[in-house]
Design a protein. Structure first.
Length: 124
């Protein structure tokens, strides 16, 4: 078996996408994957798992009223603990909305898809 290793110790949190989590009941698998990576410390954000909040882009709401969608994303960003370096998700819409919230907030935080963190480890 292959043991993935991040180059240095990092603290990450995982945002549960609405479709993947509440609609498909996939909560533990992304967390198990992240916890299996050496040097990756997963810290749960407030309102996670079944209690996770929307990123603001659900139902492509961002295409109808981006300002309100961004306000929702900023509320979600408040759930990310302060010592987190990387926010991981598994949805391109969530990644886009939360990235806009990060840019708007001025917070120093990287956002990445769970698949991309694996790619980064394997090919960097």
């Amino acid at each position: 078996s292959i043991r993935l290793r991040y180059d240095y110790e990092i603290f990450v949190t995982y945002h549960d996408p609405c479709e993947l989590a509440r609609h498909m009941n996939i909560y533990k698998e992304p967390r198990e994957l992240l916890r299996s990576i050496v040097n990756v410390n997963l810290v749960e954000m407030n309102n996670s798992g079944a209690n996770s909040k929307c990123c603001g882009g659900g139902g492509l709401y961002m295409g109808f009223d981006f300002d309100k969608a961004l306000a929702i994303a900023l509320l979600r960003l408040h759930d990310v603990p302060k010592d987190i370096e990387i926010l991981v998700t598994a949805c391109p819409t969530c990644e886009s909305m939360l990235s806009a919230a990060i840019d708007s907030s001025g917070r120093t935080l990287k956002i990445i898809d769970v698949v991309d963190i694996i790619h980064e480890i394997l090919f960097s």
